[in-house]
Write a protein that binds this ligand. Structure first.
Ligand code: FMN
Length: 456
C-alpha cells in the first residue's frame, strides 16, 4: 500500500486529508472525532475576537435534484472564547501527537497578532494559517479578504506573523482577486512557509421570490456571502495550478475548494498540492467520507505504481500550459457508439443549435457531398431497435466536446484522435515563424492607456 504521509513546510500528517477551518473544526470534540474517522489534520475554526453570528447564515444551490452543489455562508470566525479553544487545542494535540493541528487566525493589530500567535503555539499547534480570505463581515472590519486583496497590506501583516511565529506560517488566500499570483508572490516575499487556497468566493446564492429578499434571509434582509462546495472546484484547481507551476512560488500549497472525493483530492495533488482541505463535503456527509478518500487515493497510487502520494504531487503541471502553447494541429472528432445511443437527441440539438450541426439522426438523409462512414452502422442499429440513432459527419466535426458533455449515456460518445500527421504547432510557434497575424496585445493597450491616446 502506498505511503500517504506528507510533510507540508515541516508540518507532518499521516495523510494529506485535512479539515478546512470551518464549522467541522469548531471544537476539540469535533476535531478528535474527525481524527478517529481518519482525517490526517485539521485547521481549527478561525480564532480571534469572538463574534456574533446572524441567524440564518447558510444558503445552498441545488442543481437537477442534487443538493448542495454550491454552498454559501455569511458566518464569521469563532464565536467561542479564545481560552476555551486553546484548552481544547492542547488536549487534542496531547491525545493525537502525530496529527496536524493548524490554528487559523484573524486579528487586526500588530500586538494582537503577536499575542494570539504566542498563545496558539504555547497550546501545541503545529502551524498557523492566516485567514486573509473571508469575503463577508470580517472584511468590512478591515480583516479577511480586505488584507488578502491588497498585496502590500498582506505583506506587512504576513511579515509580522512570520516574525512572531516559531511554527510554519501558511497564508490562506482569497480567490476574489484578478490574478492569484499577486497575493501568492506577496506571501512568499513576506516569508510565508506555505499557501492555502481557496477561501470562499464572494457571492449571492439566490433570491426568495415571495419575500423578494436574497438568501440567506436575516429578518427582512440579506448580504453577500462566501461560495464554496463542488461548484467552485474548477476555480480552485486553476488557482492552485497557476501558483504551483510558477517557479517564483517556492513554498508548498494546501489545496482547498469543492473537494469531496479521492478523485478531487488526487487532481489537486497532481496540480501541485501537498495537502488538501475539505469543508462543504464534510458539512454535507460527515467525517466518515475520509474513509473512501483514503482507500480510493491509496488504490489509485498502487494502480499507477506510485509508492508514495508525494510521487503524484505536481505530475499534471507540465501539461498545464498557456493557450498559446497548445497544439493547433491536434484534432479529435466525436464518435457515437450506435449500440449505446438511446436516441434522446440531446447531442443532436446541442450540435445543431450551438455548434457546427455535424450530428444527424438516422431518420435524416445524408447531405450531398458529405462523407459519413458511421452512418451505415447507425442506420443498422436504428433498424434493429426501431428508434432513431445519431451519427456524426466527421468531415464537419470540429471536436469541440459539446455532444460528449451533454450525452447522458456513459461512453456512448467518445472523442477520437483524428490528427492527420501534421507536426505540433502552437499559436506561439506561428507567431515566432511570422505566420500568425499578431495584434499589439495587452502591452500595447497598457501603453496606449498610459499615454491617454488612441491605439495606433
Ligand atoms: C460555514 C463556513 C464557515 C467557514 N469558516 C471559515 C473560517 O472560519 N475560516 C476560514 O479560513 N475559512 C472558513 N470557511 C472556508 C473554508 O475553510 C473553505 O476555504 C471553503 O469552504 C472552500 O472549501 P469547500 O469547497 O471544501 O467548502 C468557511 C466555510 C464555510 C462553508
Amino acid at each position: 500500500m502506498a505511503d500517504l504521509s506528507i510533510s507540508l513546510a515541516g508540518i507532518s500528517s499521516p495523510n494529506p486529508f485535512w479539515l478546512a477551518s470551518a464549522p467541522p473544526t469548531n471544537s476539540g470534540d469535533q476535531v478528535m472525532r474527525a481524527f478517529d474517522a481518519g482525517w490526517g489534520g485539521a485547521v481549527w475554526k478561525t480564532l480571534g475576537d469572538p463574534i456574533v453570528d446572524t441567524s440564518s447564515r447558510f444558503g445552498s444551490l441545488d442543481v437537477g435534484g442534487q443538493r448542495m452543489v454550491g454552498f454559501n455562508n455569511i458566518e464569521l470566525i469563532t464565536d467561542r472564547p479564545l481560552d476555551v479553544n486553546l484548552r481544547e487545542m492542547r488536549h487534542v494535540k496531547n491525545r493525537y501527537p502525530k496529527h496536524a493541528i493548524i490554528a487559523s487566525l484573524m486579528v487586526e493589530k500588530r500586538e494582537d497578532w503577536r499575542d494570539i500567535i504566542k498563545a496558539v503555539i504555547d497550546h501545541g499547534c503545529d502551524g498557523i494559517e492566516l485567514n486573509f480570505g473571508c469575503p463577508h463581515g470580517m472584511c468590512e472590519r478591515g480583516m479577511g479578504s480586505a488584507v488578502g486583496q491588497e498585496p502590500e497590506v498582506l505583506k506587512v501583516v504576513a511579515a509580522w506573523a512570520v516574525e512572531y511565529s516559531s511554527v510554519p506560517v501558511l497564508i490562506k488566500l482569497t480567490p476574489n482577486v484578478g490574478d492569484i499570483l499577486e497575493p501568492g508572490l506577496a506571501s512568499v516575499e513576506a516569508g510565508a512557509h506555505g499557501l492555502s487556497l481557496i477561501n470562499t468566493i464572494k457571492s449571492l446564492i439566490g433570491v426568495d421570490l415571495d419575500r423578494l429578499v436574497p438568501y440567506p434571509v436575516v429578518g427582512r434582509h440579506s448580504t453577500n456571502g462566501g461560495y464554496c462546495g463542488p461548484a467552485v472546484k474548477p476555480i480552485a484547481l486553476h488557482m492552485v495550478g497557476a501558483l504551483a507551476r510558477d517557479p517564483r512560488i517556492t513554498v508548498p500549497i494546501s489545496g482547498i475548494g469543492g473537494i469531496a472525493t479521492w478523485r478531487d483530492a488526487a487532481e489537486f495533488i497532481a496540480l501541485g498540492s501537498t495537502s488538501v482541505q475539505v469543508c462543504t463535503a464534510v458539512m454535507h456527509y460527515g467525517f466518515r467520507i475520509v474513509e473512501d478518500m483514503i482507500e480510493g487515493l491509496s488504490n489509485y497510487l498502487d494502480e499507477k505504481g506510485m509508492k508514495s502520494v508525494n510521487e503524484l504531487r505536481g505530475r499534471a503541471l507540465p501539461a498545464f500550459l498557456e493557450w498559446g502553447d497548445l497544439d493547433l494541429n491536434y484534432k479529435v472528432a466525436a464518435h457515437v457508439d450506435p449500440s449505446k445511443c438511446i436516441g434522446c437527441d440531446l447531442c443532436y440539438v446541442a450540435c445543431r443549435d450551438s455548434s457546427v450541426f455535424c450530428i444527424h439522426n438516422s431518420a435524416e438523409p445524408l447531405p450531398a457531398g458529405h462523407h459519413a462512414p458511421t452512418r451505415d452502422a447507425a442506420l443498422a442499429a436504428a433498424k434493429q431497435r426501431g428508434s432513431h440513432v445519431v451519427w456524426v459527419d466527421e468531415s464537419e466535426c470540429t471536436g469541440c466536446n459539446l455532444c460528449a458533455a451533454v450525452c447522458p449515456v456513459p461512453d456512448c460518445i467518445t472523442m477520437v484522435d483524428v490528427t492527420d500527421g501534421r507536426p505540433f504547432e502552437s499559436w506561439n510557434d506561428r507567431v515566432a515563424k511570422g505566420t500568425a497575424n499578431v495584434p499589439g496585445g495587452l502591452e500595447d493597450w497598457r501603453s496606449t492607456a498610459k499615454s491617454g491616446g488612441a491605439r495606433a
